[in-house]
Design a protein around this ligand. Structure first.
Ligand SMILES: *Cc1c(COP(=O)(O)O)cnc(C)c1O
Length: 501
């Protein structure tokens, strides 16, 4: 292969049969390398340490002369794929990190090969219209009404930032400030974001990026079940008003990262309206419940959201990255946009009837991620995806039952969505600090031993283990095996600790 030389094999998809053949061969090689890289693995990851990987990947990353695609991909398979987390392995249960659907992987190949860029119509004609159609469907799915609009994003972090950006500018405008022109200052210093203390950390990150700082985030402690209590939120809103502070946004979470708790959206919507706050619903995780007839009711009240975050690279089984940001009133997207003359001459293109999506996004060049979601939904149907979501919820419920029945494990809370929080409590008596240390070590022992990938977090100030069940094909035998490994690791760590003491 040579870049540019006329008689050599083509390096780009130039429309020639030779290029089409080379493309098909390259994709087939990539598929083979993935297969070979994962072949023979008997766990979700091989037992490797950072030091080993440092050595293994100390490669010449930019040799003067290339060694060819076959050899390079073979190296990728051997060093990289082989040392990757097998996200579809049933013992891989740490994060909201899904196995991607094969249909979507095929769509990814189309997305990359066509390389459309969603900033302007003249870089993505059909893609612009399909994305808009998908956004329209999502607006209907969440009942946002006929003024709804939105855009695909890189994920929940970007969507949350957009929601809080619009909320900030909306509140500032009502207080007579034009932040786009003058920057943050004056009345903007009185803006507050009310959110659960278990809201995603991107809320706090957004407050910093938006020039509001940590102090703008007013955290409300959730109830035992992880959900916000509307009475507490109302009290916080009144306290803010009494101090002449402006609650610019109320963030409700539909599916918290650890407990999978769904805040009571209906009463929170009413509180937001009463206090003039923007209701941003972070449904990065729980948004997928809308696919399921059985689960959809738990999102009651979501239609009142001024803005909404949904992540498709979590419970919609899409390859990273794929998310959306939706608003109830498309006009609310306007204040944040900046026109670039070469992309979006303020009048000309619109006059010519060319819809340029760059207006709706924080990004400029942007992937056609909407395509993979479309392909998955169209190929499998909504019902099948909904059943897959239900299966992950059922798995978490089953895991919770098994944990509850195992004397050396302690269930923290009933499962709400697809995660379960618990602790390893080995038979030998251990103090609180020692139990924390044991649980930390259990996770690391399983990770470094290649036995399982599980999560750890803090709940009620104590270290807990977490399972996030993302693969609907996980069997009950797999769950039992996973819990047996965790129990054994707990016993092993406790024994080693006692010996050391
Ligand atoms: C994962 C998650 C996010 C962040 O989404 P990314 O796609 O990882 O940026 C935001 N909110 C919640 C509740 C999440 O679980």
């Amino acid at each position: 292969m040579s870049v540019g030389a006329r008689d050599a094999a083509p390096a780009f998809l130039d429309g020639s049969p030779a290029a089409a053949d080379a493309h098909a061969r390259a994709l087939a090689t990539a598929a083979r390398v993935v297969r070979d890289g994962f072949e023979g693995a008997d766990g979700p990851l091989p037992p490797v340490t950072p030091a080993v990987l440092d050595r293994l990947l100390d490669l010449d990353v930019a040799p003067a002369e290339g060694e060819g695609l076959e050899a390079t991909l073979a190296l990728v398979g051997d060093r990289i794929v082989r040392n990757s987390i097998a996200v579809a392995h049933p013992l891989c249960a740490a994060h909201l990190h899904c196995p991607p659907l094969l249909s979507s992987l095929a769509a990814e190949a189309v997305i990359s090969a066509t390389n459309q860029s969603l900033d302007s119509w003249d870089q993505a004609p059909a893609a612009t219209h399909l994305e808009s159609r998908m956004i329209g469907w999502l607006g209907e799915l969440y009942g946002l009404g006929d003024r709804a609009d939105g855009v695909f994003t890189s994920g929940g972090t970007q969507s949350n930032l957009m929601g809080l950006l619009l909320a900030r500018d909306h509140a500032a405008a009502r207080a007579g400030c034009d932040i786009s022109r003058d920057g943050v200052g004056g009345a903007a210093r009185r803006l507050r974001i009310v959110a659960s203390s278990t809201a995603h950390f991107s809320v706090r990150k957004s407050a910093r990026i938006l020039g509001l700082g940590d102090r703008a985030v007013v955290e409300v402690a959730p109830e035992q079940d992880g959900r916000l209590d509307p009475i507490r939120v109302e009290a916080v809103m009144r306290d803010l008003a009494a101090e002449s502070l402006i609650p610019m946004a109320l963030v409700a979470t539909a599916g918290t990262t650890d407990l999978g708790a769904i805040d009571p959206l209906e009463p929170l919507g009413a509180i937001a309206r009463r206090h003039g706050a923007w209701l941003h619903v972070d449904a990065a995780v729980g948004g997928a419940l809308a696919l399921s007839d059985r689960e959809r009711g738990r999102l009651a009240g979501i239609a009142a959201a001024d803005s909404l975050t949904v992540d498709f690279h979590k419970l919609w089984f899409q390859p990273i990255s794929c998310g959306a940001f939706l608003v109830r009133d498309g006009a609310s997207l306007q204040p944040a946009l900046i026109h670039a003359d070469y992309l979006n001459p303020e009048l000309d293109d619109e006059d010519e009837g060319l819809p340029n999506l760059v207006d709706k996004s924080l990004q400029t060049t942007r992937r056609f991620d909407a395509l993979k979601l479309f392909v998955a939904l169209r190929a499998h149907g909504r019902r099948l995806l909904g059943e897959a979501v239900e299966a992950t919820i059922d798995l978490a419920a089953e895991a919770a039952r098994l944990i509850d029945a195992e004397p050396e494990l302690e269930l923290a809370r009933p499962a709400s969505l697809n995660s379960v929080l618990f602790r390893s409590v080995p038979r030998s008596p251990a103090g609180a600090a020692e139990l924390d240390a044991i649980n930390e070590q259990v996770r690391l022992a399983l990770l470094h031993g290649g036995g399982a990938v599980i999560g750890r977090t803090r709940l009620d100030g104590r270290v807990h283990l977490k399972l996030t069940l993302m693969n609907p094909a996980t069997g009950h035998g797999d769950l039992r095996e996973l819990l047996a490994r965790i129990t054994a690791a707990g016993a092993g760590v406790a024994r080693a600790g006692l010996r050391a003491a």
